[in-house]
Design a protein around this ligand. Sequence first.
Ligand SMILES: NC(=O)C1=CN([C@@H]2O[C@H](COP(=O)(O)OP(=O)(O)OC[C@H]3O[C@@H](n4cnc5c(N)ncnc54)[C@H](O)[C@@H]3O)[C@@H](O)[C@H]2O)C=CC1
Ligand SMILES: C[N+](C)(C)CC(=O)CC(=O)[O-]
Length: 335
Amino acid sequence: MTLIPSPTTPDGHAAPCAPEDVRRVACVGAGVIGGGWAAHFLARGYDVTAWDPAPDAAVRLRRLIAAAWPALERLGLAEGASQDRLTVTATLEEAVAEAQFVQESAPEKLELKRGLLARLDAAAPAGTVIASSTSGYPMTDMQTEAADPGRLVVGHPFNPPYLIPLVEVVGGERTSPAAVDWASRFYTVAGKSVITMDREVPGFIANRLQEALWREALHMVANGEATVAEIDASITEGPGLRWAVMGPMLTFALAGGEGGMAHMLDHFGPSLKSPWTRLEAPELDRALYEAVVAGCEEAADGRGIADLVAERDRGVIDVLRATGRLPRTAEEAAR
Ligand SMILES: NC(=O)C1=CN([C@@H]2O[C@H](COP(=O)(O)OP(=O)(O)OC[C@H]3O[C@@H](n4cnc5c(N)ncnc54)[C@H](O)[C@@H]3O)[C@@H](O)[C@H]2O)C=CC1
Ligand SMILES: C[N+](C)(C)CC(=O)CC(=O)[O-]
């Protein structure tokens, strides 16, 4: 569907501007994810307005963006991109008053999201698409209080949104298909890699997969079968290296040798019946909680969160370059 600026879309909603014409984005909720989104949009040359009710939000937000900026410079800034194009507003209404796209990244609480999305819908210009960063709530459950639920979509990012390309886009029962289409196109123009889902699935796609792995990991810690360090090493030294290059399906197809996935399934299909997985969530009791937190502190080995963030950012850029998803530096290309 082509969405050029026009008074209404074919389904009767006020039309947003074309995704390519967006200049001003509002980020509402400016913590880890809202701040990461703001950094991404600034680096892509957008004007960004942000609002967050926390008294120290503006200071935290500017600090997060400043810390992300060296990584964003390494990635390559858009022409005119500047941290100075951020405006932190005193009210939600000011933040979205002229927004051509709104990204909501408030805490993961259903009632809060419902009320906030209704407020954003009341305050944002008619037609402006509003996306929620929710990690798992279906939009159908969040859009219940909005006067115009048709423009509300899920745009689920991955931490940090300024580095990890994927966004999962999906609407709710009352979302206009044109809004889903518009959001997918906008994120693409804004440099993201988009999966547009045609139906609501609990956990979307990637979180559903991640959660399965995470639950298994918690079971193993809870049962004393593996330490936090062993779980992390089992991925970073093992399958994680392959997953940065190829997904789990193609990776396993190669396990079948020249017979590909068919041989892999013939060979290993029967082990699906083996008790390799538990998949029900373990009780997140105090003991499990403390074991996981202590294991992570030990793994950090004195590095603070800021050190780990910088290390992760360098590493992800190196993987993106090494796997050809980013241009190599002149030095790498000469090798
Ligand atoms: N942390 C993660 O790895 C990811 C989180 N998400 C989603 O992003 C959203 C935000 O999560 P985080 O950034 O991790 O949380 P966070 O706790 O870091 O940030 C939330 C921010 O929202 C602000 N806030 C509180 N009440 C608000 C309100 N009524 N309106 C607007 N802002 C409000 C808080 O002051 C805080 O700065 C959640 O929906 C979460 O599920 C999505 C992908 C990854
Ligand atoms: C932990 N989490 C469920 C909030 C994670 C996400 O939603 C996506 C990510 O960044 O992995």
